[in-house]
Design a binder for this molecule. Structure first.
Ligand SMILES: *Cc1c(COP(=O)(O)O)cnc(C)c1O
Length: 372
């Protein structure tokens, strides 16, 4: 029986490497609240990612919620329906109305050309998502934001380590948010971060993630408990050591998929992003009406080969019951997001995927699509 292959496979550090960290934690009994490992991980991530300041969080969703609080976002926020549902949930938990606009079909990212017509007097911000780790059109988005006095937040949960010609993509916008969930390129089991432009905003965010405490007796804001603990930080320090090799391995896998999935009728790939560094977080393929099988048929057939692909992102956020009554959620207004969500299938992509595993995925697809 072949081992099951999942769309993502979490990487783990060698178990024995954890022991010294556990001994440190046990002897110090400093378990959370900005402990030494937490401080060390913040510093190493700042350096590794090439960002000025970073505040760690218990998960990406709490980081998104806090980023919106920090920028005092209210009213309406223009965002994309083509993302993980937490993107819009973070708005709603802050009492903000998401306003969905259509996407650029060549990336899956929010289309800047759709933003201006969605702006109303209630609009306060744009929340973009660097889907699959491919950056949004950050300059166009910033120009619009500057013209209309809007804040810009990036859900960069897919974009760990991604660089454009100017450096880390995490420097764009007013704040960017990362997730270190088990399924992400870099994981601390659960975890996340806000990239902060300066010490002042990092300080304020550090207060917000600790109930708003500034010191023992001063609470400066309605904060939350978003703190990352020392165990998570220890995992992060170990995972970071493996990052360069893991991203390089992902690049090889992506290259091989691109070569060996060529020439299958009805199977298309998104254009290869031109970046200083990609992270190859996902391997999306698109199945159109010319294919031997529909997207959903292929998805089901792959399961019979013990290959568990995922339809990221289907359904659209705007199709879920708590959003679909919004005027901006009307599928007729989101034709390109609708189309992409009906075509996309994300294939297994992980640093631990071996050539033989990948051969199984490619072989199964070619066989099922009548291309073998
Ligand atoms: C993973 C993810 C989140 C949520 O992050 P968690 O760490 O799981 O809370 C939000 N947005 C996107 C785009 C994600 O992929």
């Amino acid at each position: 029986m072949n081992r099951p292959l999942f769309v993502t496979e979490p990487s783990l550090p060698p178990l024995q490497a954890l022991q010294p960290y556990l001994e440190q934690i046990w002897s110090r009994r400093w378990l959370t609240n900005g402990g030494p490992l937490h401080q060390q991980l913040e510093q190493q991530l700042q350096q590794w990612l090439g960002v000025s300041k970073l505040a760690l969080f218990a998960n990406g969703t709490l980081a998104l919620l806090t980023a919106l609080q920090q920028l005092r976002i209210r009213g309406e926020v223009i965002t994309t329906p083509y993302s993980f549902v937490a993107t819009s949930h973070a708005l709603r938990w802050n009492g903000i109305t998401p306003v969905f606009v259509d996407i650029d079909p060549s990336t899956g990212n929010l289309d800047p050309g759709q933003i201006e017509s969605a702006i109303t007097p209630e609009t306060t911000a744009i929340l973009g998502v660097h889907i699959y780790g491919v950056p949004c059109e950050v300059e166009r988005i910033q120009r619009i934001a500057d013209n209309y006095n809007l804040k810009v937040i990036y859900d960069a949960c897919h974009a760990f380590g991604v660089e454009d010609e100017g450096g880390s993509v995490l420097r764009h916008g007013d704040l960017s948010v990362l997730s270190f969930h088990a399924t992400k390129v870099f994981n601390t089991f659960e975890g996340g971060a806000i990239i902060c432009p300066d010490d002042r905003s990092k300080n304020q965010i550090d207060h917000l993630k600790n109930f708003g405490f500034v010191d023992e007796v001063t609470v400066a804001a309605v904060g939350i408990n978003g703190k990352m603990n020392e165990l998570q930080a220890a995992i992060g320090l170990l995972q970071l050591e493996a990052m360069p090799a893991q991203i390089a391995r992902r690049a090889q896998i992506a290259e091989r998929y691109r070569r060996q999935l060529e020439g299958i009728k009805g199977l298309n790939l998104l254009p290869e992003p031109q970046l200083a560094r990609c992270n190859h977080a996902y391997m999306p393929v698109l199945i159109d009406g010319q294919a031997a099988l529909s997207r959903d048929q292929l998805y089901e057939q792959l399961k019979t080969h013990q290959i568990f692909s995922r339809r990221y992102f289907y359904p659209l956020i705007s199709e879920f019951p708590m959003y679909r009554q919004l005027p901006s959620a009307d599928p007729a207004r989101l034709p390109r997001a609708m189309a992409l969500s009906r075509q996309v299938l994300c294939l297994p992509m992980a640093a631990s995927l071996e050539d033989g595993d990948q051969d199984r995925v490619i072989g199964a697809i070619r066989q099922e699509m009548g291309a073998s």
